[in-house]
Design a protein around this ligand. Structure first.
Ligand SMILES: *Cc1c(COP(=O)(O)O)cnc(C)c1O
Length: 384
Protein backbone atom coordinates (compact mmCIF):
# COMPACT_ATOMS: atom_id res chain seq x y z
CA UNK A 1 0.00 0.00 0.00
CA UNK A 2 2.99 2.28 -0.52
CA UNK A 3 3.70 2.16 -4.26
CA UNK A 4 4.30 5.92 -4.41
CA UNK A 5 7.42 5.36 -2.27
CA UNK A 6 8.75 2.67 -4.57
CA UNK A 7 7.77 -0.39 -6.56
CA UNK A 8 9.35 -3.82 -6.98
CA UNK A 9 11.25 -4.54 -10.19
CA UNK A 10 9.02 -6.62 -12.46
CA UNK A 11 10.28 -10.11 -13.26
CA UNK A 12 10.41 -9.44 -17.02
CA UNK A 13 12.38 -6.23 -16.40
CA UNK A 14 14.78 -7.99 -14.04
CA UNK A 15 15.39 -10.76 -16.58
CA UNK A 16 16.20 -8.22 -19.30
CA UNK A 17 18.77 -6.61 -16.96
CA UNK A 18 20.63 -9.67 -15.64
CA UNK A 19 23.02 -10.33 -18.58
CA UNK A 20 24.40 -6.77 -18.27
CA UNK A 21 25.60 -7.38 -14.74
CA UNK A 22 27.58 -10.40 -15.77
CA UNK A 23 28.72 -11.65 -19.16
CA UNK A 24 27.72 -8.61 -21.22
CA UNK A 25 29.72 -6.13 -19.25
CA UNK A 26 31.35 -4.06 -21.98
CA UNK A 27 31.97 -0.35 -21.45
CA UNK A 28 30.01 1.49 -24.16
CA UNK A 29 32.93 3.91 -24.60
CA UNK A 30 35.24 1.10 -25.80
CA UNK A 31 35.28 -0.10 -29.39
CA UNK A 32 35.35 -3.92 -29.34
CA UNK A 33 32.39 -6.23 -29.84
CA UNK A 34 30.96 -6.54 -26.28
CA UNK A 35 31.39 -2.79 -25.82
CA UNK A 36 29.45 -2.08 -29.01
CA UNK A 37 26.75 -4.36 -27.69
CA UNK A 38 26.48 -2.25 -24.51
CA UNK A 39 26.31 0.89 -26.62
CA UNK A 40 23.51 -0.63 -28.70
CA UNK A 41 21.34 -1.57 -25.71
CA UNK A 42 21.75 1.89 -24.17
CA UNK A 43 20.54 3.41 -27.44
CA UNK A 44 17.61 0.97 -27.60
CA UNK A 45 16.58 2.07 -24.09
CA UNK A 46 16.94 5.72 -25.08
CA UNK A 47 14.54 5.13 -27.97
CA UNK A 48 12.10 3.33 -25.63
CA UNK A 49 12.10 6.27 -23.19
CA UNK A 50 11.76 8.79 -26.03
CA UNK A 51 8.80 6.93 -27.51
CA UNK A 52 7.00 6.83 -24.14
CA UNK A 53 7.40 10.59 -23.70
CA UNK A 54 6.78 11.75 -27.27
CA UNK A 55 10.40 12.98 -27.47
CA UNK A 56 13.34 12.35 -29.81
CA UNK A 57 16.00 9.86 -28.62
CA UNK A 58 18.69 12.57 -28.60
CA UNK A 59 16.60 14.56 -26.14
CA UNK A 60 16.87 11.84 -23.46
CA UNK A 61 19.74 11.82 -20.93
CA UNK A 62 20.14 9.01 -18.41
CA UNK A 63 20.70 9.92 -14.75
CA UNK A 64 20.96 8.15 -11.40
CA UNK A 65 17.27 8.77 -10.73
CA UNK A 66 14.58 11.38 -10.17
CA UNK A 67 16.54 13.47 -7.66
CA UNK A 68 19.51 13.87 -10.00
CA UNK A 69 17.24 14.73 -12.93
CA UNK A 70 15.47 17.42 -10.85
CA UNK A 71 18.76 18.84 -9.53
CA UNK A 72 20.27 18.92 -13.01
CA UNK A 73 17.25 20.66 -14.56
CA UNK A 74 17.16 23.35 -11.90
CA UNK A 75 20.85 24.01 -11.22
CA UNK A 76 21.82 23.46 -14.86
CA UNK A 77 19.32 25.98 -16.22
CA UNK A 78 20.00 28.45 -13.40
CA UNK A 79 23.73 28.45 -14.07
CA UNK A 80 23.40 28.57 -17.88
CA UNK A 81 20.97 31.51 -17.69
CA UNK A 82 22.70 33.54 -15.00
CA UNK A 83 23.31 36.46 -17.39
CA UNK A 84 19.68 36.48 -18.51
CA UNK A 85 18.09 36.67 -15.07
CA UNK A 86 17.94 35.24 -11.57
CA UNK A 87 14.26 34.41 -11.01
CA UNK A 88 12.83 30.90 -10.73
CA UNK A 89 9.18 29.94 -10.30
CA UNK A 90 8.14 26.69 -8.60
CA UNK A 91 5.34 25.66 -6.22
CA UNK A 92 4.93 25.00 -2.52
CA UNK A 93 4.05 21.34 -3.05
CA UNK A 94 7.12 20.16 -4.97
CA UNK A 95 9.15 17.13 -3.96
CA UNK A 96 12.23 17.99 -1.90
CA UNK A 97 14.37 17.11 -4.93
CA UNK A 98 13.02 20.34 -6.44
CA UNK A 99 12.51 22.47 -3.32
CA UNK A 100 15.96 21.93 -1.85
CA UNK A 101 17.90 22.83 -5.02
CA UNK A 102 15.74 25.98 -5.21
CA UNK A 103 16.60 26.84 -1.59
CA UNK A 104 20.25 26.18 -2.38
CA UNK A 105 20.05 28.62 -5.31
CA UNK A 106 18.40 31.25 -3.11
CA UNK A 107 21.53 31.18 -0.94
CA UNK A 108 23.56 31.79 -4.11
CA UNK A 109 21.57 34.93 -4.93
CA UNK A 110 18.71 33.62 -7.07
CA UNK A 111 15.14 34.61 -6.30
CA UNK A 112 12.48 31.94 -6.09
CA UNK A 113 8.70 32.34 -6.17
CA UNK A 114 6.83 29.45 -4.54
CA UNK A 115 3.33 29.45 -6.06
CA UNK A 116 0.52 28.60 -3.66
CA UNK A 117 -2.07 25.89 -4.38
CA UNK A 118 -5.78 25.69 -3.63
CA UNK A 119 -7.36 23.30 -1.11
CA UNK A 120 -7.11 20.46 -3.64
CA UNK A 121 -3.44 21.09 -4.38
CA UNK A 122 -4.06 22.72 -7.78
CA UNK A 123 -1.94 25.59 -9.10
CA UNK A 124 -3.94 28.48 -10.58
CA UNK A 125 -2.54 29.14 -14.09
CA UNK A 126 -3.34 32.86 -13.61
CA UNK A 127 -0.97 32.95 -10.61
CA UNK A 128 1.82 31.55 -12.81
CA UNK A 129 1.15 34.19 -15.44
CA UNK A 130 1.34 36.93 -12.79
CA UNK A 131 4.55 35.63 -11.27
CA UNK A 132 6.59 35.76 -14.51
CA UNK A 133 8.96 38.73 -14.78
CA UNK A 134 11.64 39.80 -17.25
CA UNK A 135 14.13 38.08 -14.89
CA UNK A 136 12.40 34.66 -14.95
CA UNK A 137 14.73 31.97 -16.30
CA UNK A 138 12.96 28.77 -15.25
CA UNK A 139 9.53 27.45 -14.27
CA UNK A 140 9.47 24.09 -12.48
CA UNK A 141 6.06 22.66 -11.56
CA UNK A 142 5.39 19.03 -10.76
CA UNK A 143 3.06 17.01 -12.99
CA UNK A 144 1.42 14.99 -10.20
CA UNK A 145 2.00 15.17 -6.47
CA UNK A 146 3.53 12.20 -4.66
CA UNK A 147 1.62 12.76 -1.40
CA UNK A 148 -1.93 13.75 -2.35
CA UNK A 149 -1.92 12.59 -5.98
CA UNK A 150 -3.23 15.86 -7.45
CA UNK A 151 -2.58 16.13 -11.21
CA UNK A 152 -1.84 19.65 -12.50
CA UNK A 153 -3.21 21.12 -15.76
CA UNK A 154 0.32 20.67 -17.10
CA UNK A 155 -0.29 21.52 -20.78
CA UNK A 156 -1.95 24.78 -19.77
CA UNK A 157 0.88 25.71 -17.39
CA UNK A 158 3.40 24.77 -20.08
CA UNK A 159 1.61 26.95 -22.64
CA UNK A 160 1.99 29.98 -20.36
CA UNK A 161 5.72 29.31 -19.97
CA UNK A 162 6.04 28.92 -23.74
CA UNK A 163 4.21 32.19 -24.42
CA UNK A 164 6.74 33.98 -22.22
CA UNK A 165 9.66 31.96 -23.63
CA UNK A 166 10.68 30.63 -20.22
CA UNK A 167 11.96 27.02 -20.07
CA UNK A 168 9.39 24.75 -18.39
CA UNK A 169 10.52 21.79 -16.27
CA UNK A 170 8.19 19.24 -14.72
CA UNK A 171 8.89 16.50 -12.19
CA UNK A 172 6.91 13.65 -13.74
CA UNK A 173 8.32 10.95 -11.47
CA UNK A 174 4.86 9.90 -10.20
CA UNK A 175 3.23 10.10 -13.58
CA UNK A 176 4.78 7.42 -15.79
CA UNK A 177 2.30 4.60 -16.43
CA UNK A 178 -0.48 6.59 -14.75
CA UNK A 179 -1.06 9.59 -17.04
CA UNK A 180 -0.16 9.77 -20.76
CA UNK A 181 2.86 12.03 -21.35
CA UNK A 182 3.52 13.87 -24.60
CA UNK A 183 6.19 16.50 -24.07
CA UNK A 184 5.44 18.29 -27.33
CA UNK A 185 1.65 18.49 -26.92
CA UNK A 186 2.06 19.36 -23.22
CA UNK A 187 4.56 22.17 -23.88
CA UNK A 188 7.27 20.64 -21.67
CA UNK A 189 10.94 21.59 -22.13
CA UNK A 190 12.47 19.42 -19.39
CA UNK A 191 10.98 16.39 -17.63
CA UNK A 192 12.28 14.10 -14.86
CA UNK A 193 11.52 10.40 -14.46
CA UNK A 194 12.72 7.59 -12.19
CA UNK A 195 12.52 3.86 -12.98
CA UNK A 196 11.77 2.61 -9.46
CA UNK A 197 8.40 4.37 -9.46
CA UNK A 198 7.13 2.27 -12.38
CA UNK A 199 8.37 -1.28 -11.68
CA UNK A 200 11.93 -0.70 -12.80
CA UNK A 201 15.16 -0.74 -10.76
CA UNK A 202 16.31 1.87 -8.24
CA UNK A 203 19.16 4.24 -9.00
CA UNK A 204 18.32 5.03 -12.62
CA UNK A 205 16.20 7.72 -14.23
CA UNK A 206 16.29 10.22 -17.05
CA UNK A 207 15.96 13.87 -17.88
CA UNK A 208 14.27 14.90 -21.12
CA UNK A 209 15.83 18.12 -22.41
CA UNK A 210 14.14 19.63 -25.45
CA UNK A 211 16.56 20.42 -28.28
CA UNK A 212 17.70 24.02 -28.09
CA UNK A 213 17.35 24.39 -24.29
CA UNK A 214 20.54 25.80 -22.78
CA UNK A 215 21.66 23.88 -19.73
CA UNK A 216 24.98 23.45 -17.91
CA UNK A 217 26.31 20.07 -16.83
CA UNK A 218 25.74 18.82 -13.30
CA UNK A 219 28.34 16.04 -13.42
CA UNK A 220 31.60 16.78 -15.23
CA UNK A 221 34.01 14.13 -16.49
CA UNK A 222 34.00 11.88 -19.54
CA UNK A 223 32.10 12.27 -22.78
CA UNK A 224 29.11 10.07 -21.93
CA UNK A 225 25.54 11.20 -22.71
CA UNK A 226 26.70 13.45 -25.54
CA UNK A 227 29.12 15.18 -23.15
CA UNK A 228 26.32 16.36 -20.89
CA UNK A 229 26.38 13.80 -18.09
CA UNK A 230 29.70 12.15 -17.33
CA UNK A 231 30.17 8.70 -15.83
CA UNK A 232 30.20 5.16 -17.19
CA UNK A 233 26.62 4.24 -17.96
CA UNK A 234 24.56 2.08 -15.60
CA UNK A 235 23.93 -0.36 -18.45
CA UNK A 236 21.76 -2.87 -16.58
CA UNK A 237 19.77 -0.08 -14.97
CA UNK A 238 19.27 1.70 -18.26
CA UNK A 239 18.12 -1.53 -19.92
CA UNK A 240 15.68 -1.97 -17.02
CA UNK A 241 14.43 1.62 -17.33
CA UNK A 242 13.78 1.19 -21.06
CA UNK A 243 11.92 -2.08 -20.62
CA UNK A 244 9.95 -0.80 -17.62
CA UNK A 245 8.77 2.38 -19.33
CA UNK A 246 7.70 0.45 -22.41
CA UNK A 247 5.66 -1.97 -20.29
CA UNK A 248 4.26 0.75 -17.99
CA UNK A 249 2.97 2.86 -20.87
CA UNK A 250 1.57 -0.03 -22.93
CA UNK A 251 -1.82 -0.06 -21.19
CA UNK A 252 -2.37 3.06 -19.08
CA UNK A 253 -6.20 2.94 -19.31
CA UNK A 254 -6.31 -0.70 -18.20
CA UNK A 255 -3.97 -0.11 -15.26
CA UNK A 256 -5.96 2.93 -14.17
CA UNK A 257 -9.31 1.15 -14.33
CA UNK A 258 -8.00 -1.57 -12.04
CA UNK A 259 -6.36 0.80 -9.57
CA UNK A 260 -9.32 3.11 -9.48
CA UNK A 261 -11.73 0.30 -8.63
CA UNK A 262 -9.49 -0.76 -5.73
CA UNK A 263 -8.96 2.81 -4.54
CA UNK A 264 -12.72 3.56 -4.62
CA UNK A 265 -13.46 0.35 -2.73
CA UNK A 266 -10.94 1.41 -0.08
CA UNK A 267 -12.31 4.94 0.27
CA UNK A 268 -15.93 3.75 0.38
CA UNK A 269 -15.05 1.19 3.05
CA UNK A 270 -13.17 3.74 5.14
CA UNK A 271 -16.04 6.22 5.01
CA UNK A 272 -18.52 3.52 6.03
CA UNK A 273 -16.56 2.34 9.04
CA UNK A 274 -14.58 5.31 10.37
CA UNK A 275 -16.10 8.64 11.43
CA UNK A 276 -14.21 11.96 11.38
CA UNK A 277 -12.12 11.38 8.28
CA UNK A 278 -11.57 13.46 5.18
CA UNK A 279 -9.99 13.03 1.75
CA UNK A 280 -6.87 15.07 0.96
CA UNK A 281 -6.23 16.11 -2.64
CA UNK A 282 -8.63 16.51 -5.54
CA UNK A 283 -11.53 14.02 -5.71
CA UNK A 284 -11.15 13.53 -9.49
CA UNK A 285 -7.92 15.09 -10.74
CA UNK A 286 -5.72 12.64 -8.87
CA UNK A 287 -3.52 9.62 -9.53
CA UNK A 288 -5.82 6.59 -9.62
CA UNK A 289 -3.81 4.57 -7.12
CA UNK A 290 -3.56 7.38 -4.54
CA UNK A 291 -5.71 7.66 -1.43
CA UNK A 292 -4.71 10.24 1.18
CA UNK A 293 -7.01 10.51 4.18
CA UNK A 294 -6.81 12.47 7.42
CA UNK A 295 -8.24 10.85 10.54
CA UNK A 296 -9.03 13.47 13.13
CA UNK A 297 -7.76 13.16 16.71
CA UNK A 298 -4.87 10.80 15.98
CA UNK A 299 -1.25 10.89 14.92
CA UNK A 300 -0.13 9.32 11.64
CA UNK A 301 3.06 7.67 12.82
CA UNK A 302 1.31 5.69 15.57
CA UNK A 303 -1.15 4.57 12.92
CA UNK A 304 1.75 3.42 10.71
CA UNK A 305 3.29 1.39 13.55
CA UNK A 306 0.04 -0.45 14.24
CA UNK A 307 -0.56 -1.01 10.51
CA UNK A 308 2.97 -2.37 10.23
CA UNK A 309 2.18 -4.84 13.04
CA UNK A 310 -0.67 -6.03 10.83
CA UNK A 311 1.72 -6.36 7.87
CA UNK A 312 0.43 -3.28 6.06
CA UNK A 313 2.97 -0.83 4.57
CA UNK A 314 1.71 2.74 4.28
CA UNK A 315 2.93 6.28 4.69
CA UNK A 316 1.99 9.51 6.50
CA UNK A 317 2.52 13.25 6.24
CA UNK A 318 3.19 13.36 9.95
CA UNK A 319 6.63 13.19 11.48
CA UNK A 320 5.94 13.53 15.21
CA UNK A 321 7.88 10.53 16.42
CA UNK A 322 10.92 11.28 14.26
CA UNK A 323 11.47 14.49 16.19
CA UNK A 324 10.30 16.86 13.47
CA UNK A 325 7.15 18.62 14.61
CA UNK A 326 6.39 20.10 11.20
CA UNK A 327 3.87 18.03 9.28
CA UNK A 328 4.17 17.61 5.50
CA UNK A 329 4.70 20.86 3.57
CA UNK A 330 2.17 19.59 1.02
CA UNK A 331 -0.62 19.14 3.56
CA UNK A 332 0.19 22.55 5.05
CA UNK A 333 0.09 24.11 1.55
CA UNK A 334 -3.45 22.80 0.94
CA UNK A 335 -4.45 24.53 4.16
CA UNK A 336 -4.85 21.66 6.61
CA UNK A 337 -4.50 22.65 10.26
CA UNK A 338 -1.39 20.93 11.70
CA UNK A 339 -3.41 18.60 13.94
CA UNK A 340 -5.37 17.30 10.91
CA UNK A 341 -2.20 17.01 8.81
CA UNK A 342 -0.63 14.90 11.58
CA UNK A 343 -3.49 12.41 11.29
CA UNK A 344 -2.92 11.72 7.59
CA UNK A 345 -2.48 8.32 6.01
CA UNK A 346 -1.34 7.73 2.43
CA UNK A 347 -2.27 4.43 0.80
CA UNK A 348 -0.93 4.01 -2.74
CA UNK A 349 -2.04 0.98 -4.70
CA UNK A 350 -0.15 -0.85 -7.41
CA UNK A 351 0.08 -3.86 -9.69
CA UNK A 352 0.16 -6.54 -7.04
CA UNK A 353 -2.77 -5.28 -4.93
CA UNK A 354 -6.03 -7.21 -4.98
CA UNK A 355 -9.54 -6.74 -3.59
CA UNK A 356 -8.51 -9.09 -0.77
CA UNK A 357 -5.67 -6.70 0.14
CA UNK A 358 -8.08 -3.79 0.25
CA UNK A 359 -10.53 -5.76 2.38
CA UNK A 360 -7.70 -6.77 4.72
CA UNK A 361 -6.85 -3.08 5.29
CA UNK A 362 -10.54 -2.31 5.79
CA UNK A 363 -10.66 -5.03 8.46
CA UNK A 364 -7.60 -3.77 10.32
CA UNK A 365 -7.88 0.00 10.03
CA UNK A 366 -11.11 0.80 11.95
CA UNK A 367 -9.86 -1.03 15.05
CA UNK A 368 -6.51 0.76 14.89
CA UNK A 369 -8.15 4.18 14.56
CA UNK A 370 -10.55 3.43 17.43
CA UNK A 371 -7.72 2.21 19.66
CA UNK A 372 -5.66 5.36 19.04
CA UNK A 373 -8.64 7.65 19.46
CA UNK A 374 -9.50 6.06 22.79
CA UNK A 375 -6.05 7.06 24.00
CA UNK A 376 -6.41 10.60 22.63
CA UNK A 377 -7.50 13.39 24.98
CA UNK A 378 -8.34 15.46 21.88
CA UNK A 379 -10.88 12.85 20.81
CA UNK A 380 -12.61 12.76 24.21
CA UNK A 381 -12.86 16.56 24.08
CA UNK A 382 -13.73 16.79 20.38
CA UNK A 383 -16.61 14.36 20.70
CA UNK A 384 -18.03 15.99 23.80
C1 LIG B 1 10.49 9.54 -5.76
C2 LIG B 1 10.38 10.91 -6.27
C3 LIG B 1 11.53 11.66 -6.59
C4 LIG B 1 12.92 11.15 -6.36
O1 LIG B 1 13.27 10.12 -7.24
P1 LIG B 1 14.53 9.18 -6.89
O2 LIG B 1 14.71 8.35 -8.10
O3 LIG B 1 14.11 8.38 -5.69
O4 LIG B 1 15.68 10.07 -6.62
C5 LIG B 1 11.36 12.93 -7.11
N1 LIG B 1 10.13 13.44 -7.29
C6 LIG B 1 9.00 12.76 -6.99
C7 LIG B 1 7.68 13.38 -7.24
C8 LIG B 1 9.09 11.48 -6.47
O5 LIG B 1 7.98 10.81 -6.16
Amino acid sequence: MDHAATTYTRQDVLEAMIPYFHDRFGNPSSIYQIARESRAVVETARAQVARALGAEPDEIYFTSGGSEADNWAIKGIASASRKKGNHIITSRIEHHAVLHPCEFLEKAGYEVTYLPVDKYGLIDPASLEQAITAQTILISLMFANNEIGTIQPIAELGAIAKQHQVPFHTDAVQVIGNVPVDVKAQNIDLLSISAHKFYGPKGVGALYIRKGVRIDNLIHGGDQERKKRAGTENIAGIVGLGKAIELATADIPGYNTRLRALRDRMWKGIQETIPYCRLNGHPEKRLHGNLNVSFEFIEGESMLLLLDDAGICASTGSACTSGSLEPSHVLMAIGLPPEIAHGSLRLTLGRVNTEEDVDYVLEALPGIVTRLREMSPLYQKGRG
